[in-house]
Ligand binder design. Sequence first.
Ligand code: SF4
Ligand code: SF4
Length: 396
Amino acid sequence: MKSSSDLVTKVSLVRCPSYEEAPLLSSLQQALDLLGGIKQFVRRGQRVLVKVNHLPPPSVAERGIVTHPAFVEQVLTVLLETGAQVRVGDDINPAQGDGFAISGLRQVCQKLGVKLVNLREEGFQLVSIPGAEVLPTTYLARAVLEADVIVNLPKFKTHSLTVFTGAIKNIYGCLPEGLRVRYHREFQGPKFHSVLVDLFSAVRPQLHIMDAIVGMEGDGPANGDIRKIGLVLAGSDGVALDRVALAVAGIDPEQVYYLKKAASRGLGFINRIQVLGENIDGVRIPDFKSGSVSSQIIKRWVPDFVFRAICRSFESHPEVIAENCEGCQACEKACPVKAIRICQGVAKINRHRCIACMCCHEACRFQAIRSQKSMIGRLIITVVRYLRRLRSHGVS
Ligand code: SF4
Ligand code: SF4
């Protein structure tokens, strides 16, 4: 992120104090104008799918879990002015209630006359992923595949499994729910990160606009603490956009394995980035809580079988907070390895079966599952970071 003349990718970074209509629209326009304007990305008549982050559990927008509907509304306003055919979508489980209505996204789309698609309603299609490391084929939502342009609207959030969830991770929602669960079960550690990169390579949105007005820190993506960030980020390179978001949060990009992997596969840049608008140093959040990173850092450096044999005890695991548990079974249904049962109205986790995928943590809407931090894991991570800092200062 320097300002030399051979920079190859641009990310705009614009302050936005709130979700109020006027300042939000102004910040959004500014972020897009810095990139040359929305018409660089979307033209009249094109079929545009706006991929929001509408992670379960169903929740009101103020909880900071989903791309805020007010943010989506202003993006739609800009997109509709281009004359494009715009739709909004994500894949949600209707058994948990009308999540789109609970967040307010449905009302926004109705107000603007934009079709809102639950991706599963239009089905999924088998696709090949050239150059894939883990997924030579998979199923992706038809609504995504049939769009001319994908506009990706990630939310600025931490993630208990992958450290951070931004532009790249948001593409995971283009899979059918069954595969989302299955991939968590089958691909752990570095392989799961490769899954994210494979999927990103298959979808490659043309434009990413991140809702970083209010984000989430700590135990994201669903049970962390909301955090005012006050920014809008935009760019055509999702890798670079995530890299800039991490810099704002003060998270070491070395922790986010999928980001490095995506860059190494030529899907975007993590270094040669020109940041337009605000200077990162001026908007960095010094006390941002990056949450209980599970064991991804360790996983990168050892073979899978060694990791499984030796490092299991280092991981963060889910822990049920019994007094918050409503016995709603959402975690039980989300668990890919059937490690959860509801006993006498409270969720119980079988630690021997649990693969630490944190799907239950995402699924719980009562903040009844927390990520339990491992003392040994934290100690190792602290030592690794300390050694890296020493090395970067030329001490070792
Ligand atoms: S922990 Fe309790 S409240 Fe949370 S999803 Fe599971 S059953 Fe529901
Ligand atoms: S108990 Fe939670 S973290 Fe463990 S495997 Fe099931 S969903 Fe994943």
